[in-house]
Design a protein around this ligand. Structure first.
Ligand SMILES: *Cc1c(COP(=O)(O)O)cnc(C)c1O
Length: 354
């Protein structure tokens, strides 16, 4: 038996629920009434607390601000028609949370503490979960170093926090993406596989340049040759080429996505061949030209399944087939939603019931 986590709960006396416009939920801007916080000190996690969402006081010398000892996770919770609330595969995020922690010399958080703390917060703010199609509650767990010390050394104290908020669809149309051949997201031996804050800071300039050129997203390539496709923005890049689902294998430059893993499992259920391997830019461009590339999309918790409309490479734009007519990604999207919203049986045991 696992012990129940001891959490101090202070509820708000002014809920913002009725002031929130659930018809206008841009990603990451709306937060629920409460948040969760815990401290790591003297070698252990303590002071688990759920309190009203709001600012917290910190020393300006905390090492996470100076040296980036900080990372996060992204998870979603769903409301079923019968009112049941489920969280999608939080056990996978718990494992990845600790992989990120290890890479950044930060303390691990026992998986049970991770899952129970999130479930407790979601439970308290369950009225914040939108009941609408394609809407969910986004869950943002994160950890950061709190020693007020300017030496470049691992902190001895940390905070673990969880914020949650309702969210709608992330992208509304097929994406115009560009294959990045100058900037790099991750290199071998680096921390691309960790959801480290610094990985996202370094992606902003290349992303902004791409936006200025009229693109919606970047496709990241390998650091050495820019010849192999790694990821798409903050989502895993997946392709159906000549009937086979292909995606970069999970290695140290790739964020091992839960959505990626889920799509692979569904493809295997359906008898579709899957290859996790190096994906060359050349074969994808060739497939776009000869029509063998019948599907291309980004897979991630925030973006869900985001279809690619066109791929640009070295100034040339290659248009893909009509996203609405794509069999595979549309079936993945439909099936995933059916499992998440409880209209189809969850045979893999992916839904954690709150
Ligand atoms: C979060 C993230 C993903 C997607 O992972 P999921 O677990 O499916 O949400 C993919 N790539 C990067 C770089 C990410 O940060």
């Amino acid at each position: 038996m696992t012990e129940t986590l001891d959490i101090k709960i202070t509820k708000t006396n002014h809920s913002r629920l009725n002031e929130t416009d659930f018809n206008n939920l841009p990603f990451g801007k709306t937060f629920s009434d409460h948040m969760l916080m815990a401290d790591y000190a003297d070698g252990e996690w303590k002071n688990f607390e759920i309190l009203p969402y709001g600012p917290i006081e910190l020393s300006p010398a905390i090492s996470s601000l100076h040296y980036g000892q900080a990372f996060f996770e992204g998870i979603k919770a769903y409301k079923h028609a019968d009112g049941k609330v489920t969280i999608f595969r939080p056990d996978k995020n718990a494992v990845r949370f600790n992989k990120s922690a290890e890479r950044l010399c930060m303390p691990e958080l026992p998986e049970e503490m991770f899952i129970q703390s999130i479930a407790a917060l979601v439970d308290i703010d369950r009225d914040w979960i939108p009941g609408k199609a394609n809407h969910a509650l986004y869950i943002r767990p994160f950890m950061f170093a709190t020693d007020p010390y300017l030496g470049v050394a691992p902190s001895s104290t940390y905070k673990y926090m969880v914020l949650i908020g309702p969210t709608g669809p992330y992208f509304s149309k097929a994406l115009r993406v560009k294959i990045e051949t100058h900037y790099t997201r991750a290199a071998e031996g680096g921390m691309g596989y960790a959801k480290a804050a610094g990985n996202y800071g370094s992606s902003m300039l290349p992303a902004r340049k791409a936006t200025e050129e009229g693109f919606d997203q970047l496709i990241w390539t390998d650091a050495k040759e820019h010849a192999f496709i790694e990821e798409m923005g903050a989502a895993n890049a997946m392709f159906l080429l000549d009937g086979t689902l292909i995606t970069a294998e999970a290695k140290d430059t790739i964020l091992d996505g839960v959505t990626r893993d889920t799509v692979i499992a569904l493809a295997k259920d359906w008898g579709i061949p899957v290859e996790e391997r190096m994906v060359s830019v050349a074969e994808i461009i060739e497939g776009a030209k000869n029509g063998k590339l019948t599907d291309a999309f980004g897979a991630g918790t925030a973006a869900t399944i985001a279809p690619v409309g066109s791929i640009s490479y070295k100034g040339e734009e290659y248009f893909l087939n009509d996203p609405e007519k794509r069999e595979f990604s549309n079936l993945v999207f439909k099936t995933l939603n059916a499992i998440k919203y409880g209209t189809e049986e969850d045979t893999h045991g992916w839904n954690y019931i709150v």
